[in-house]
Design a protein around this ligand. Sequence first.
Ligand SMILES: [Fe+2]
Length: 317
Amino acid sequence: MALATNTPAPASGLTTTAAPFIEEARAHREIYIHQPYELYSEDNQATWGRLLGRMQDRWARYANRRYLEGLDKLQLSRDRIPHLDEINHFLQPLTGFVARAVTGYVPSYLFLDCLRRREFPTTVTIRDGAHLEYLPEPDIFHDVAGHVPMHTDPAFAAALVRFGDCAAAAARRASAISDQHEKLRRLTSNIRAMSRFFWFSVEFGLMRAAPTGEADDRDRFKVYGSGLLSSFGEIAHAIKSPKVERRPFEIAEVVNQTFEIDHYQPLLFVVDSFDHLFDVVSELEQWMLAGKLDDVAPGEPEVKEADLASFLAAKHD
Ligand SMILES: [Fe+2]
């Protein structure tokens, strides 16, 4: 029997689109895992270095100051994908937050309840090095380089915890409604409202920057949303493009605003500070409790069955 010598090696490593370890864990319905660090391939490591390297100038130019401080504190290196344990060693003493490895999608109640406990569900796979820019789902670069530096900031961290409180309020309200149809209708609207709010703040938020006095006003806004912070193309587009509309953050607008995930965002919302963000998330909970999120505009995002089920199964405190 002849051995084939020119057959490519089987897919291995922890590439988002080809990670047998993750597929196996998902097949067993596991959500929380350890970071199987030894499985990262040389290609995976090289991809991390390229992603981190090319963002340095962009972050320096467009990211808000708290994010840049967070990057310093976490000591991310181009030389290797970070160990989540090392990240947590730096992060936990600052705000109590930890990055916790997951297999990928986490149903929304479980995700927000993790935030309430100051745990951030963190993807451990990394995108295919042939497609650095486009990625329909999170990877470790988006989660660790895009989100986690923000978790070093106490006001931002407190705002994330308040998202968890909102989810708990939504679950409690739903459990008190006996009419099944009405329960699902209101819960779907509440989840849609929270998803939109999260999207236009934590993922794609802009912050007003102190005026510099420069003629072109180029520093009027800074980026704090992780979807922008992890995108080489969109971070500049969000700040510079005349095609992007940038509006003050108003809850009534945000919770009724549809969005699509497969192209650059044409509309972004601006907060004044992370204290402001904390205040509007707290207000969101008040809106929820007052029934003001029970009839938000239909449309994107779709609320998945698994998200609804996660709220209905929530244990209340
Ligand atoms: Fe994200």
